[in-house]
Design a protein around this ligand. Structure first.
Ligand code: PLP
Length: 497
């Protein structure tokens, strides 16, 4: 890929780069370097001229000149006479880290982010995804049943911006059974939870609006928030367990975010479950601040320890809930939904038609079958996940004793504190050792979480063992070449309200 990056686009990607923790040129160079490693700035991109970037960032030209010089020195910026420097990867990175024939394509954002889209190349163990294969038999059976029902719908136009009635009714019935009385007209069917979040953002939040998020949080939620021009307000999860509800209360009162996006049910990446008292306080805080609470329940079914909590919507009719079949059944279904008050659902439907005009009918018929017997595939799925979780925690304890994994209440991943800030470095050299990872900073804003790595337990124990041994080999390689770790380091994390 080649092209050029304009100063405003780079400024947006840089975020809050200037924290005053080091000389400004170094902070600027550090963040640009991470953006290149992270794939957010592709290779072979011409960076803005020094003058233009200095003017856009409101810093002196000397700062930008020194930052570019440092990037050139480290091999992240080419220095062609008479033309703007283009982004690149230094030669001293591990063999195959980039370029033709290499295993790690750093021009591809998926490499470092674990973004859905491409599977890992054959032979690589994929720890960038936290997702499971389909509950095959159950899904297949639902497709067979859906095909027999299809002829009855063929005389219609096939467009339906809110979703077909049987599916909306099935989803509403599940909420009612879970203690949240719901009518079908409170449900909008979407192409998954990510689509749902985009619809909610487009409807409820405008450019420059603040959106409160857990920190860390699901990377593609952060992407959607940024892409809609909103500003994430990150409230750190406390060390160990639970949510900092007092911190969320004060962030809401002081910053008055338009929306709060939270994942209280087996939070991605930590796997935490929010307690009922925390839920109650959070709902009250949002109401007091006039903030719309948007709850992502994508992982709610993955309740490994069978702890009973109430859905957040049980505490207030103002809560907007996002759900999905991606983790309970299969991401390939691309089916999710939004539950909200009737009039909001109408506004969401209007916003949705700017993106698409409805979901595919067969998939919705399938989803209706799956939702009606939502729990059917879960016992086998949860039993396998429990076994994998135990295996991964044991392997980490035995093979990487200086890592500090947090035991997840549920979900699909373990969030590990690393002995050193080396998440990006591990991610970059991972493919050479047979593993694909998602770097910790993808789960945060402003460069946080270089000290953390998310390790999914979606693979069976034997593969997890191979993966943990590969992580250990990657760590040993970094220990033997500390300069590599320094070069591939994101700026230190800062505390964010
Ligand atoms: C918290 C969370 N929200 C949303 C998604 C995306 O879900 P979907 O496949 O339904 O778009 C994921 C997938 O990993 C997730 O973990």
């Amino acid at each position: 890929m080649s092209g050029s990056l304009n100063p405003t686009a780079l400024m947006r990607l840089l975020g809050e780069w200037n924290r005053g923790a080091a000389p400004a040129y170094r902070e600027l160079a550090d963040v640009v370097r991470l953006l290149i490693l992270d794939g957010r700035v592709p290779l072979e991109m011409a960076l803005p001229s020094e003058r233009a970037l200095a003017a856009t960032l409101g810093v002196s030209r000397t700062t930008v000149t020194a930052a570019y010089a440092s990037l050139r020195e480290q091999g992240f910026l080419s220095s062609r006479q008479g033309s703007r420097g283009r982004t690149g990867i230094p030669r001293h990175l591990p063999a195959g880290a980039n370029g033709p024939g290499g295993t790690t394509d750093l021009t591809n954002p998926e490499t470092l982010t674990g973004a859905p889209g491409l599977a890992a190349p054959p032979g690589l163990i994929d720890l960038a995804y936290a997702s499971l294969p389909a509950s095959g038999e159950v899904v297949h059976r639902a497709f067979a049943a859906a095909l027999t029902e299809l002829p009855a719908l063929l005389p219609g136009f096939g467009y339906d911006a809110v979703g077909i009635p049987p599916l909306r009714e099935a989803i509403a019935a599940q909420y009612s059974a879970a203690g949240v009385p719901t009518n079908a007209d409170q449900i909008l069917v979407t192409a998954g939870a990510q689509h749902a979040l985009n619809i909610v953002l487009r409807t409820l939040a405008g450019r420059q609006d603040k959106v409160l998020v857990d920190h860390p949080t699901y990377p593609h939620a952060l992407d959607a928030i940024r892409a809609s021009g909103c500003r994430p307000v990150a409230v750190a999860l406390p060390q160990g367990h639970g949510w900092d509800i007092a911190g969320m209360e004060s962030a809401m009162m002081q910053q008055r975010p338009k929306m709060a996006y939270v994942v209280p049910d087996f939070h991605n990446p930590t796997g935490r479950l929010m307690s009922d008292p925390e839920r109650r306080r959070l709902v009250q805080a949002a109401a007091a601040a006039g903030t719309v609470l948007v709850v992502d329940e994508t992982l709610r079914q993955l309740n490994l320890d069978a702890v009973v909590t109430s859905p957040l919507a049980a505490f207030s009719p103002a809560v907007v809930t996002i759900g999905s079949l991606s983790k309970s059944h299969w991401a390939g279904l691309r089916t999710g939904w939004i539950r909200a008050g009737r009039s909001l659902i109408q506004r969401f439907a209007a916003a949705r038609t700017t993106m698409d005009l409805g979901g595919p009918v067969v998939e919705q018929l399938v989803a209706a079958h799956l939702v009606r017997s939502l729990s059917e595939p879960l016992p086998a799925r949860l039993a396998a996940l429990r076994e994998n979780r135990a295996a991964l925690l044991e392997l980490l304890d035995r093979i990487l004793p200086d890592w500090q994994p947090e035991r997840p209440d549920g979900g699909l991943s373990v969030w590990c504190r690393l002995p050193a800030p080396m998440s990006t470095a591990l991610t970059v050299i991972g493919p050479d050792l047979g593993i694909r990872l998602a770097a910790g900073p993808r789960f945060g804003v402003g460069g946080a979480f270089e000290h953390y790595l998310r390790v999914p337990f979606t693979l069976p124990p034997a593969q997890l063992e191979t993966a943990v041994l590969a992580l250990s080999a990657a760590q040993a390689r970094l220990d033997a070449a500390p300069q590599l770790r320094r070069t591939l380091r994101h700026p230190p994390a800062v505390a964010i309200a």
